[in-house]
Design a protein around this ligand. Structure first.
Ligand code: GRF
Length: 203
């Protein structure tokens, strides 16, 4: 059976990458296979997770590239070499250019730790998203998986899951709950859904 070749782009701890690896091992993901992990930061723990799972891991250090295009060209080279057909952004801390996203239309997905269109767009990343949600006083937040286009967090929504905000929450506590209850579930589920759609020619 055909499996879509997946590249996972990371910058940090890689718990979402781990959720994808676990989903592949447990049979939640059957229509795709992770062929490589690319980190924008050297030493990111996500790289160790990839190596432990026997997945080829690469670093493209943004700071060592002369500009953003060189950074994207280096990533592109790896994607071509590995034959990647779907790119999953899992805690990848760089915004991809319109050139790059257009070239990979409907072939890049991202997980955002809020219910888009709330608390999203440029500047909303990591703990800042949860600080903003708590600051606003929302009682429900969550996570969104969406296709990536030239607008940060602006592509078509694939899946969302709501998570309750507690009275005594801190950004850190909320971040953990959103990851556990939403991100680690809907990212693998969306990966499988999109792989199926790629195979059937629906996207
Ligand atoms: C997650 O909250 C993800 O939504 C985001 O950055 C965090 C990455 O965590 N945009 P990890 O590297 O997957 O552990």
């Amino acid at each position: 059976m055909k499996k879509v070749k997946i590249a996972v782009l990371v910058s940090g701890g890689g718990t979402n990458l781990q959720a994808l690896i676990d989903a592949q091992n447990s049979g939640v993901i059957t229509s795709g296979k992770i062929v490589c992990v690319i980190s924008s930061k050297p030493g990111a723990y996500a790289l160790t997770r990839a190596e432990n799972a026997g997945i080829d891991a690469y670093t493209v250090f943004k700071k060592e590239c002369k500009d953003h295009s060189e950074f994207e060209e280096k990533i592109e080279k790896i994607l071509i070499k590995k034959g990647a057909e779907l790119i999953i952004l899992a805690g990848f801390m760089s915004i991809l250019s319109a050139d790059f996203t257009k070239k990979h239309e409907n072939r890049i997905i991202n997980v955002h730790p809020a219910l888009i269109p709330s608390f999203c767009g440029a500047g909303y990343y990591g703990l800042k998203v949860h600080e903003a949600a708590l600051g606003y006083g929302v009682k429900v937040t969550g996570a969104t998986v969406h296709f990536v286009n030239e607008i940060p967090d602006g592509g078509k929504i694939i899946m969302q899951k709501a998570v309750r905000v507690h009275d005594n929450d801190t950004p850190e506590k909320l971040q953990k709950r959103v990851m556990k209850q939403a991100e680690w579930k809907i990212l693998p589920a969306s990966a499988e859904l999109v792989c199926k759609k790629i195979i059937s020619g629906e996207v």
